[in-house]
Design a protein around this ligand. Structure first.
Ligand SMILES: *Cc1c(COP(=O)(O)O)cnc(C)c1O
Length: 419
């Protein structure tokens, strides 16, 4: 079920006051829910020595949220220099940061290796000689190609731009070893929003097989395997929650078997984003207009610049109207924003309770890849972010964008090239 009953109940109790104080639209995140999920993850993998989650910063790059992850002992998975800087700004350094970039420039590697560095997770064999210096620890991203089938969002591994091909694996570790790398890891990320836990178990098995393959050819061991993110959450009311316990149970057995066979075992790293914060965020927006043409439209004060998933992936986000339950008198509507793009709709032909202007819509599961994917096209300004804290206070954790922000890149020293 999208959005937990607990969050819905706690939010509903104070929503009108929050709206009165801060104004719509806003994303609001649930500290309690996020912490509960972090603890659930840690507890599921407690029997694996050295289990560590690196929160995928791109899912929700807000320092207040990242602080929660940090307190939980999580590291950060970053794919860009700004994400690394954000992690460092809240005091995470070195091996608390995993740099999983692709198509990376030498200057980006240089910055990543400054300030204590980070774990480099290289996307390609051709990047090894381009590194400004050889770090002690290197990980590679593996793309199994035709050996695995991908999922809907990430696609088929053969068509995916990420990672090393199977045939490059041995050579990549061999080259690194010869250049003086001492510690090794291996990573893959094949799924996104995957609800079938067996897929993740299969990924773990695959990486442990690769570790065996490499260790059979080269005289190295692996410090970790990183099975990526991609654990799914139920967005529609009839999808079932991801079975984390079964996934963790079966992976724990794989690790025990590996240990029995080899007398050592790598650590298990993971870089979930959506699973950790996705269900614990909501986009709250007010109804400002109605129109009745070939279809009925409910116009709200947020647009897809605040939540791109429906327009970009045709993704379903459950919606409830504050104070009205979904069993009251329903009508079929499209819920639309203000962008001059017809994909700017939060719901299409959805049965929602009959509403009136000023009613508050709560769009579920916006805690990951929601605000973060926002953009400014069409002069749309991104909304604020709030945090519902465990003590029931509500804190502004990012202000809304302003016209000045929109124009901020228009202030600069004039430069003209005359030829
Ligand atoms: C996006 C991404 C993640 C997080 O994915 P979720 O689906 O949010 O768990 C993790 N690792 C990498 C490399 C990514 O690109």
């Amino acid at each position: 079920m999208p959005m937990s009953d607990s969050y819905k109940t706690r939010l509903s109790a104070i929503l009108p006051e929050i709206v009165n104080t801060f104004g719509t639209p806003f994303h609001i995140y649930d500290e309690k829910g996020i912490k509960d999920t972090c603890r659930q993850l840690k507890s599921a993998f407690k029997d694996i020595n050295g289990f560590k989650e690196f929160f995928a910063v791109k899912a929700l790059p807000n320092p207040c949220i990242m602080k929660i992850m940090q307190e939980m002992g999580f590291g950060f998975d970053c794919s860009s220099i700004p994400e690394i800087k954000l992690s460092r700004q809240i005091g995470s350094y070195q091996e608390e940061i995993m740099f999983t970039s692709n198509n990376t420039s030498s200057s980006q590697f240089k910055t990543a290796l400054e300030d204590g560095g980070c774990i480099l997770n290289l996307d390609d064999i051709s990047l090894i000689p381009k590194l400004p210096k050889i770090p002690e620890l290197i990980s590679f991203r593996y793309n199994p190609g035709p050996r695995r089938k991908g999922n809907k969002i990430i696609g088929n591994p053969v068509e995916s731009k990420y990672g090393l091909s199977h045939d490059q694996i041995i050579d990549s570790f061999d080259q690194s070893l010869k250049l003086g790398v001492k510690r090794f890891g291996i990573h893959t990320m094949l799924a996104s929003n995957e609800l079938n836990y067996e897929y993740m178990v299969e990924t773990t098995r695959m990486l442990l097989d690769i570790v065996n393959l490499v260790c059979g050819k080269l005289n190295i061991t692996f410090e970790f395997i990183n099975i990526g993110g991609g654990i799914g959450i139920p967005y529609t009311p009839d999808e079932k929650a991801f079975d984390l316990e079964s996934m963790a149970g079966e992976i724990t057995i794989l690790f025990e078997q590996f240990n029995k066979l080899n007398g050592w075992v790598p650590k298990l790293y993971m870089e979930s984003g959506r699973f950790i914060t996705g269900p614990h965020g909501a986009l709250v927006t007010s109804i400002i207009n109605y129109k009745d043409i070939y279809r009925k439209y409910v116009g709200v004060d947020a647009s897809m610049s605040a939540l791109m998933r429906p327009g970009m992936y045709d993704a379903y986000h459950h919606i409830h109207i504050h104070g009205k339950d979904n069993s009251s008198h329903l009508e079929k509507v499209d819920v639309a924003g203000a962008l001059c793009e017809n994909i700017d709709k939060f719901a299409i032909q959805r049965d929602l309770p009959v509403t009136s202007e000023g009613d508050i819509l709560v769009i579920h599961d916006t805690g990951a890849h929601g605000h973060a994917m926002g953009f400014n096209y069409n002069g749309q300004l991104r909304p604020k972010e709030l945090l519902l804290k465990e003590d029931s206070t509500v804190e502004l954790i990012r202000r809304a964008e302003t016209f000045d922000d929109y124009c901020s890149t228009l202030t600069f020293e004039p430069r003209i090239l005359s030829i």
